[in-house]
Design a protein around this ligand. Structure first.
Ligand code: IPE
Ligand code: IPE
Ligand code: MG
Length: 244
């Protein structure tokens, strides 16, 4: 599939480099229609696919999608199971669909908890797309920001223990390089559809100076127009990073 580039909603130099999206509201979308929650996830996965295409066509460089959190394992088994199945299907599709689009796909999250087949799919997809640079898409699955920071702390502690790193050499940059997002810049724009105004353990370190955008649209209804609206709002903001 050849995706044509289109004019972005704001001039290119005003575009966010890294957009992070909390795909929330699938369950409520289904409930409103008297459907089981898992059908909400099916629709949510379709919205994800459309958003990937839109990100490619307007030339976003980095995007992260929150698909499944470390806390989402608390949900009933059949819901977890259906989300895992959907993820597996979309990973297979992504390989064919975005293969020609030079999209790099990386897993942000702990791969250990997945069944061997899904784990392998993530590994293969990362390997197959590792040299692509048009868009880098982070799939946040079994992702938790605190869990990620614990992983980084352990990795750094091991280096200190074996003598290859001195405690004085621990910097913000070193911590960033030990996170799952090591190949991505900090988040510029965080979008949360679904009406909740919270971060839910998502990219806490990387969002230190992100612009936050919340909207009531439930994720399955979130479309290219809504995405562009968030980008226009982002371009209107003045970012100060603590300065004047
Ligand atoms: C987001 O939608 C998808 C996942 C967390 C996997 P929800 O399933 O959280 O939907 P709501 O928030 O209950 O409507
Ligand atoms: C955040 O949504 C996680 C994902 C979208 C994957 P949740 O629905 O899990 O967040 P809370 O429970 O409302 O904070
Ligand atoms: Mg939710």
């Amino acid at each position: 599939m050849a995706i044509k580039l289109i004019e972005p909603p704001v001039p290119r130099d005003m575009m966010p480099k890294h957009v992070a999206v909390i795909m929330d509201g699938n369950g409520r979308w289904a409930k409103k229609r008297g459907m089981p929650r898992k059908l909400g996830h099916v629709q949510g996965a379709k919205a994800f696919r459309k958003m990937m295409i839109h990100a490619i066509e307007i030339g976003i460089e980095y995007i992260s999608f929150y698909a499944f959190s470390t806390e989402n394992w608390k949900r009933p088994d059949d819901e977890v199971h259906s989300i895992m199945n959907l993820m597996s299907k979309y990973l297979t599709d992504a390989r064919t669909e975005f293969g020609d689009e030079h999209v790099r796909i990386i897993l942000l999250g702990d791969n250990e908890a997945f069944n061997p087949e899904l784990r392998q799919k993530f590994i293969d997809l990362e390997n197959d797309t590792k040299d692509f640079h048009a868009l880098t898409a982070g799939c946040c699955a079994n992702y938790g920001s605190r869990d990620e920071i614990v992983h980084a702390a352990k990795a750094i502690a091991r280096q200190v223990k074996d003598g290859t790193l001195q405690p004085e050499d621990i910097t913000e940059d070193l911590i960033s390089r030990n996170l799952y997002t090591k190949d991505m810049p900090d988040v510029d724009l965080l979008i949360r559809p679904g009406g909740e105004m919270r971060i839910s353990n998502f990219l806490l370190w990387q969002c230190a100076y992100a612009e936050l955008y919340f909207c009531d649209t439930l994720w399955p209804d979130f479309d290219a127009k809504e995405f562009d609206k968030a980008i226009v709002e982002y371009a209107r903001r003045t970012r100060r990073f603590g300065g004047l």
